[in-house]
Design a protein around this ligand. Structure first.
Ligand code: HEC
Length: 121
């Protein structure tokens, strides 16, 4: 009798654990995909005019490829978010035009694309 009771408790605990981890782990992956999708959309609408395929039509050396981002200290979420928010020289500021979520997402997208050398998705 006791053994059955214990088994039942263990089964319930195990089920709870499985359900709980499914609930906890899933959104993490979903969030990342959502962020990249939003980032790609924001990039297409706001950045591609000057930065199509990670290039820079205004200042060719300041492109969005890994080497340039590293060279100019722009290879971090924080640095890109700051520049997109406030602009720099010929690059316009997006504060007020894009919200925080959109700016974070586009920065994540730029870093992810730089890592894969701007190969098409
Ligand atoms: C009107 C053209 C223009 C648009 C639109 C534009 N940029 Fe830029 N971007 C520039 C220019 C010019 C620079 C170089 C600024 C400087 O350092 O003087 C630059 C630099 C950058 C850099 C740093 C690159 C490096 O190698 O130092 C990043 C990152 C960047 N832009 C991201 C974005 C993102 C993300 C968007 C869209 C939200 C965007 N830009 C929209 C013109 C533009």
């Amino acid at each position: 009798m006791r053994a059955i009771g214990l088994n039942r408790i263990l089964t319930v605990l195990l089920l709870a654990l499985v359900l709980f981890s499914a609930i906890l782990v899933r959104p993490v992956f979903a969030d990342e995909a959502d962020t990249l999708r939003l980032g790609a959309k924001v990039f297409g609408a706001n950045c591609a005019a000057c930065h199509l395929n990670g290039n820079n039509v205004v200042m060719a050396n300041k492109n969005l490829k890994q080497t340039a981002l590293k060279e100019y200290g722009m290879d971090s979420q924080q640095a890109i978010v700051a520049q997109v928010t406030n602009g720099k020289n010929a690059m316009p500021a997006f504060k007020g035009r894009l919200n925080d979520e959109e700016i974070q997402a586009v920065a994540t997208y730029v870093l992810a694309q730089a890592e894969r050398d701007w190969k098409p998705q």
